[in-house]
Design a protein around this ligand. Structure first.
Ligand SMILES: NC(=O)C1=CN([C@@H]2O[C@H](COP(=O)(O)OP(=O)(O)OC[C@H]3O[C@@H](n4cnc5c(N)ncnc54)[C@H](OP(=O)(O)O)[C@@H]3O)[C@@H](O)[C@H]2O)C=CC1
Ligand SMILES: N[C@@H](CCC(=O)OP(=O)(O)O)C(=O)O
Length: 415
């Protein structure tokens, strides 16, 4: 039997045990994972070094390298995320609704696991630990297909997770990594309905499109982040500059980083100059619309394709707009439904933007970088959904559950 089928079958079997495990036992497993990650930072970092060296030799872009690289701090962040998941309430068994029908039947809507969750994800090793923690707490099995470029790191992390599971008496196969990273094999995974209940692709547009087109397993889509910060005419200059800088430079390779700054034409030349100087100081390349270039001529010119580009590096597009309506229209046309921000002191403009912009997360005077499971208080996220069905935005514990109806009666029959 191939690795795919063997692991798929084992996951399906383990899902029964996981779905019935007590909160106490699942938390014990999570604590063992947190301890294991802390105790094993040396082998994890050594494995990661192999991935990073391979990626550097293959001239991998700075954005992907930044995702791939693990540090002591990043391992500690993984541990913190797992510990936060321990503290969160177990959603399983929650009675979401309960009512009695006139015929005496009692109907309870009860939260249950999804089952086995297949995740195809980018070269970010922390996702391995995040996904394992969220799936375990929700009684789901994680079937992980990480990037080939993060294979050694992922193997080292999954080893720690599996040892932790075994140490508390849960099946190690509740979290498995597909080590065969060929696309032929992941294409088979897309149609492995007998073993997988849901698929979550986390990555670029090409991956999502491929999975949506070819999967027969139900898909929970994530999406790219062509995110905007709109600086309104009533934006406080220092706040606007700080938010724009943070959204672009704090971690430029991630999906919630800003890609286009929309600036109201009447915000003021002085403020605009300050914004551009601040971006230049942080080595951000600005690609500006023709109207901006009339004021500040030494910027690179943006063309139509820039508005649709997710740079994922230290480049940002900048466009002057006439009104909050024009900003919303631009976002409607080019946004990817991920994270959109308005900076303004004008409450009416803020309200309009928050109500009308159609995205998973809309912000007023906050950097877009906060679209993140940990920052939302979910401990971690399994992905950020930019679709509307089943889940939207950072997906944490509740988003990894479904529900069933439990009907109890006294012998009623239907006439
Ligand atoms: N909304 C969200 O939650 C998230 C969005 N993103 C978005 O992801 C992008 C960056 O990630 P990037 O690394 O470029 O993503 P990619 O889409 O290139 O890769 C992501 C994963 O998908 C795999 N993959 C890609 N194509 C296929 C295919 N045809 N069949 C099977 N597997 C495939 C890759 O494998 P391999 O590497 O082995 O080729 C990798 O494991 C950005 O656009 C970012 O915004 C990223 C994470 C979260
Ligand atoms: N969780 C992230 C955002 C989502 C994410 O993983 O994005 P990406 O780095 O593009 O794979 C963060 O802000 O740290």
């Amino acid at each position: 039997m191939s690795e795919l089928l063997q692991k798929g079958k084992a996951a399906k079997q383990a899902a029964k045990t996981l779905g019935q495990a007590s909160t106490e036992l699942k938390n014990k497993a999570l604590q063992a994972i947190a301890d294991g990650l802390s105790a094993n930072h040396t082998p994890i970092l050594a494995a990661n070094k192999q991935d990073v060296e391979r990626a550097k030799a293959a001239n991998t872009s700075a954005a992907i390298l930044d995702r791939l690289i693990l540090t002591e701090q990043r391992i500690q962040d993984m541990v913190t995320g797992v510990k936060q998941v321990i503290e969160l309430a177990d959603p399983l068994g929650e009675i979401m609704e309960s009512y009695d029908r006139p015929n005496g039947i009692k109907i309870d809507k009860v939260r249950v696991p999804l089952g086995v969750i297949g995740i195809i994800y980018e070269a970010r090793p922390n996702v391995t630990a995040d996904a394992a923690a969220l799936c375990l707490k929700t009684g789901n099995c994680a079937f992980l297909r990480g990037s080939s470029s993060a294979l050694e790191s992922n193997k080292a992390i999954v080893k720690v997770v599996q040892e932790a599971l075994t140490s508390v008496g849960l099946p190690a196969t509740a979290v498995q990594l597909l080590e065969d990273t060929s696309y032929e094999t992941s294409d088979q995974m897309l149609q492995m309905n007998q073993f997988l209940d849901v698929l979550i692709p986390r990555g670029g547009a090409g991956l999502i499109e491929h999975v949506v087109k070819n999967a027969t397993v139900p898909v929970l889509e994530t999406g790219i982040g062509n995110c905007h910060v709109y600086i309104d005419e009533a934006a406080e200059p220092t706040m606007a500059v700080n938010i724009a800088l943070n959204a672009k430079t704090q971690r430029p390779g991630v999906c919630n980083a800003v890609e286009t700054l929309l600036v109201h034409k009447d915000w003021g030349v002085e403020s605009l100059n300050k914004l551009i100087s601040a971006l230049n100081e942080q080595k951000v390349k600005v690609r500006a619309c023709s109207q901006t270039k009339q004021t500040i001529s030494d910027l690179d010119a943006a063309d139509e394709s820039d508005w649709a580009t997710e740079y994922l590096d230290l480049t940002v597009a900048l466009k002057l707009v006439d009104s909050v309506e024009a900003a919303i229209e631009h976002i409607d046309q080019y946004g990817s439904g991920h994270s959109e921000c308005i900076v303004t002191e004008n409450e009416q403009h803020a309200r309009k933007f928050l109500n009308e912009v159609d995205a998973a997360a809309v912000y007023h005077n906050v950097s877009t970088r906060f679209t993140d499971g940990f920052e939302f208080g979910f401990g971690a996220e399994i992905g950020i959904s930019t679709q509307k069905l089943h889940a939207r935005g950072p997906m944490g514990l509740k988003e990894l559950t479904s529900y069933k109806y439990i009907l109890q009666g006294t012998g009623q029959i239907r006439s």
